[in-house]
Ligand binder design. Structure first.
Ligand code: ATP
Ligand code: MG
Length: 564
């Protein structure tokens, strides 16, 4: 299906994405088709999404989730959700649960394929002994600093460890003692014996196991040695029969080690590692380390703060999972590093909410209008809940003697082309009547406290015989139909389009949230929807956590590109 959508921005990259064919085809899918056709893959396609449970998932992870689960779905395969839990110092059960919730929320189901690297600790350890017995690994007593100092650089070769030539028997005994808890944290490591002069630094006798005396959230005190990511990941992939191990480009230089490990142990499956570019989004940092700092230093209210690029934050802001999936599909999968414009995500959110969110009127900074020629019972008016979709039905509006409009819809000193209310001028109240401003009432300090207006009974919307031609239409809420709410409008957390993960503090936006009081049509409470389009303002999401509060809270999910 070819989607052609009007979009003001003329950036060619963005235009291309917005008018793209929505059927995904990329180099990874092409590779899978080839592997299936030429018999390289002999069973169903199996992928995995391998998060480390040391933080919440962010929008970047969504790309990887959509890719891994997406291709397996398309090819009738399976996907594991495998936690890469090899560092007990930073990981926790709380993060495991948060990640499961987010993957589910995004719309993916791992069924009974929920695994943990720690499920395989026995097997991984057995492979470590096997490498020792084959003379492919040795126990090294150098400290972390010494390891670093002897590793060499991109332009100089590394130095062999003085412990490199230990006998197989000695290495085996030392490894077993490491496992038995005879050595202090950090005192010894198991290293692969590859090549200290390799141009690829990852191949310079990399560490496979280290001693950490710390309780693990799943295995408790059972282990005091933990395998490194590079040793663990390839083995888990092979044990699970992963047909395509998809990861981001920073692992390209680790591929040689991935292959070396699988080539040097007795395992009968060798998945290919295929790299794609990370998702980078303007004004956003997708690094768990930085996100953790934002949380720890209390720049935000937790991992799920609506300003955070975490999936939990996006959920709390009201971003629908379908919009994120659409976004990931449009971003596509390539090997080119680039930064995606935030307009694309906003566009996907609006497209999704357009058909989900009923409309209503909201007055943010209420200014009282007293309709001096109105008396008696309030007038009941009707309006559509949605301008195009009749299935949303009709709502009732109230027009009475006291009306609120937004302060920005009145000006005593209007700028040129101002189409709203001015002293002596007329304006239409949306879905209702035309009013004329007769008098501006101020307090002693000169502050406007109310406008006295006249309404024209024969100007009723849809049945206007007044012959008046107001230039503008503004929204209103009648006092008898007004419900006070709190509105939270969010801006980017970072002012820079490309904030750096080392100097992010410099670009932090100190005005990333604006809280204001507003009045909304009371009748919205008769409906169950959480997503609303506040006319002229944007799409808003009713905070589920605040239902019992006196004043409900609405988060701005996204502003409106089109204004009426
Ligand atoms: P971070 O860099 O934020 O700490 P990470 O890569 O350490 O993230 P993991 O939990 O190891 O986080 O990531 C799980 C998977 O998600 C990995 O396969 C990783 O390649 C992928 N991933 C992480 N960040 C992105 C991103 N920005 N775009 C696409 N995929 C990503
Ligand atoms: Mg990682």
């Amino acid at each position: 299906m070819l989607l052609c959508v009007p979009f003001k921005k003329t950036t060619t990259g963005l235009h291309r994405i917005l008018t793209m064919d929505t059927t995904p085809h990329d180099f990874i899918r092409a590779r899978i088709v080839r592997d299936l056709n030429d018999g390289t893959v002999k069973h169903e396609i199996i992928t995995r999404f391998p998060p480390e449970p040391n933080g919440f998932l962010h929008i970047g992870h969504a790309k990887s989730i959509c890719l891994n689960f997406g291709v397996a779905d398309e090819f009738g395969g399976q996907t594991y959700l495998r936690f890469d839990d090899t560092n007990p110092l930073t990981e926790s059960e709380g993060f495991v649960e948060a990640i499961k919730k987010d993957v589910n929320w995004l719309g993916y189901d791992w069924g009974d394929r929920l695994t943990f690297a720690s499920d395989y600790f026995e097997q991984i350890y057995a492979f470590a002994e096997e490498l020792v017995v084959r003379g492919c690994a040795f126990v090294c007593d150098l400290s972390a600093e010494e390891l670093q100092a002897t590793r060499g650089t991109l332009t100089t070769v590394g130095q062999n460890s003085p412990f490199r030539d230990r006998s197989i028997d000695e290495n085996l005994t030392l490894l077993q003692k490491m496992k038995a808890g005879n050595f202090a944290t950090g005192s010894r490591v198991l290293r692969a014996k590859i090549d200290m002069s390799s141009p690829n630094l990852n191949q310079r006798d990399p560490v496979l196991y280290r001693v950490i005396h710390a309780a693990h959230h799943r295995t408790g005190d059972q282990w005091c040695i933990y395998p490194m990511y590079d040793f663990t990941h390839c083995i888990c992939d092979a044990l699970e029969g992963i047909t395509h191990s998809l990861c981001t480009l920073e692992f390209e230089d680790h591929r040689a080690l991935y292959d070396w490990v699988l080539d040097n142990i007795n395992i009968n499956f060798h998945p290919p590692q295929i790299e794609f570019s990370r998702l980078n989004l303007e004004h956003t940092i997708t690094s768990k380390r930085v996100l953790r700092e934002l949380v720890d230093q209390q720049f935000v209210n937790g991992w799920d703060d609506p300003r955070m690029p975490t999936l939990a934050g996006l959920r709390n802001r009201g971003v629908p999972p379908a919009a994120i999936r659409d976004f990931c599909r449009r971003v596509g999968v390539t090997k080119q590093e680039n930064t995606i414009e935030t307009e694309l995500l906003d566009f996907c959110i609006r497209s999704d909410l357009e058909e989900k969110a009923p409309r209503c009127m909201v007055v943010r900074d209420p200014l009282l209008l007293e309709v001096t020629n109105f008396s008696g019972e309030d007038i009941r008016l009707t309006a559509n809940w949605h301008p195009k979709l009749t299935e949303f039905g009709m709502r009732e509006l109230v027009f009475g003697r006291k009306i609120y409009i937004d302060q920005t819809d009145f000006s005593e000193d209007p700028p040129p082309k101002y189409k709203r209310l001015v002293p002596g001028g007329i304006v239409r109240l949306r879905y209702a009547f035309i009013v004329r401003c007769d008098e501006v009432v101020k307090d002693d300090s000169g502050k406007i406290i109310c406008l006295k207006v006249t309404y024209f009974p024969d100007s009723r919307s849809g049945n206007d015989t007044s012959g008046l031609k107001p230039k503008g239409v503004i929204q209103f809420v009648a006092e008898n139909n007004a419900l006070p709410i709190e509105i939270r409008d969010y801006e980017h957390l970072f002012l820079s389009k490309t904030p750096s993960s080392s100097t992010w503090q410099d670009s932090l936006n100190s005005n990333s949230v604006a809280v204001s009081n507003a009045l909304v049509e009371r009748t919205i409470y008769a409906r169950s929807e959480q997503h609303w389009q506040f006319e002229r303002m944007g799409y808003y999401f009713r905070s589920p956590g605040h239902d019992s509060e006196v004043k409900p809270v609405y988060h701005r999910t996204v502003s409106l590109s089109q204004r009426w």
